[in-house]
Design a binder for this molecule. Sequence first.
Ligand SMILES: [Zn+2]
Length: 148
Amino acid sequence: MLSISHSLTGAFIASQLPHPILYIPLVFASHYLEDWIPHWDVGTGLSTGRRKRTTAIGLELVELAVSVILVYLFWRTNSQGPSWHIWIGAFVGLVPDFMEAPRNFLKWEPAFLKPFNDFHQNWHHSTPNMVLGLTPQAVTLATIFWLR
Ligand SMILES: [Zn+2]
């Protein structure tokens, strides 16, 4: 899924639980579960050559910036930004994609990452259909917005 979806889901899970020992495993699980749902993201089309790597990298950087802004806006309180638990949740939500980034973007994969990336790939279902692929993510973000 989009980094926006994974990071906001991670932040939301962290906001609901009192300790990193509880939320970190759940945030990891949420990443694989969300990737299991057919989705569209900026990497869709990379493996088939329908999207250029430089385009995907540019879009991903924009998307990460949007993720940070949304986490901040969703969880800031009157005068304070989100707590560090929120930021940890958001970051952990992206870790499986960060581990896969060298393989996807640079065609380079350190050997110790291969088992993690293969596991990640087994859960991954994408669709080139943007409407179909973005609807579950829009629903996820709206739900988080109302429940947070
Ligand atoms: Zn992923």
